[in-house]
Design a protein around this ligand. Structure first.
Ligand code: SAM
Length: 274
């Protein structure tokens, strides 16, 4: 059952607008989740009509998140994760992956959509090393200064700042580069940035068409060029293999065909602040 038809789910906050699609809920449709409304499913169907690979792409995005968090919580020794635009809890969230490697790892989830907090409360109830905050990263200083974030994250110690699948929901005139710079300047050396974004495909018009459709129906969804994505990592040192199609970032299973739209439409990377 979906949220608008079922009973017994979390109490939805009154500010939840079920007549407007949201990125968190459309993404939930792509991941076959239950926390979406008819309007979100309409946007998802229209997007899938333009780019049928979007469900596969959402899975690649979740899988790179798991590989990155496992690496950073393990070998890299990162104990704090600031997961910005974390989305609805789904299978294998950041805290589950991080705490599997290091049970003391702390994860702050931040999302603009109040539905994320409504569902996140269930996780909070059972995990004291996790917090969920409703905030808008377009004001990154307000996120950093948020009392719960200040209490939860020690900005004297390295942090992994996660911007996974969120910067394409920030329009150019909302200054996504400035958001990353503010965050970069706020964390100490030894911190990491993990960024994934929709990326323009030079040889296929579906990426242009998808951007047009998302901007019209969702109001966000900027498909960026490889150069625009690379600029987000300015001043940081990219880990190998650099900015690559998601399944190619330190894969844990063979990628049989790396030429498909499903593999290439989202790219990303991980970088260290020296
Ligand atoms: N990070 C998760 C992942 O990669 O699986 C979820 C990505 S989901 C595609 C994008 C999320 O960013 C949504 O949950 C949406 O609500 C959130 N978001 C969009 N704009 C935001 C903003 N200005 N501030 C905070 N969160 C935002």
């Amino acid at each position: 059952p979906t949220s608008d038809s079922s009973s017994g789910g979390p109490a939805f906050p009154p500010e939840l607008n079920t007549g407007q699609p949201t990125a968190a809920r459309v993404y939930d449709v792509m991941l076959n989740g239950k926390d979406n409304f008819a309007i979100d499913r309409q946007v998802a169907s229209a997007s899938l009509a333009v780019m049928p690979e979007l469900k596969e792409i959402a899975i690649h995005n979740r899988e790179i998140l798991h590989r990155v968090v496992r690496h950073l919580a393990g070998e890299a020794g990162i104990t704090q994760f600031l997961d910005l635009g974390s989305g609805l809890p789904t299978a294998r969230n950041t805290h589950e992956v991080a705490q599997e490697v290091n049970p003391d790892a702390r994860v702050a989830y931040v999302d603009i959509d109040p539905i994320v907090l409504a569902h996140g409360r269930a996780i909070l109830a059972e995990n004291s090393n996790t917090t969920v905050v409703t905030a808008d990263i377009r004001d990154p200083q307000a996120v950093l200064d948020h009392p719960e974030i200040q209490e939860f994250i020690d900005f004297g110690k390295p942090v992994c700042v996660m911007l996974c699948g969120i910067l394409h929901h920030i329009l150019d005139d909302e200054d996504p580069g400035g958001i990353v710079r503010t965050l970069r300047d706020a964390v100490p050396s030894g911190s990491y940035f993990f960024i994934t974004n929709f990326t323009r495909l030079g040889d296929a018009s579906s990426s242009v068409e998808l951007e047009k459709q998302l901007l019209e129906q969702l109001g966000t969804g900027r498909v960026r060029t490889p150069a625009e994505l690379a600029a987000f990592f300015d001043g940081l040192e990219l880990l190998l293999p650099g900015i690559v199609p998601l399944p190619l970032w330190r894969p844990d299973r063979p990628v049989l065909d790396s030429t498909t739209v499903g593999v290439r439409f989202m790219t990303g990377g991980v970088a260290l602040k020296r």
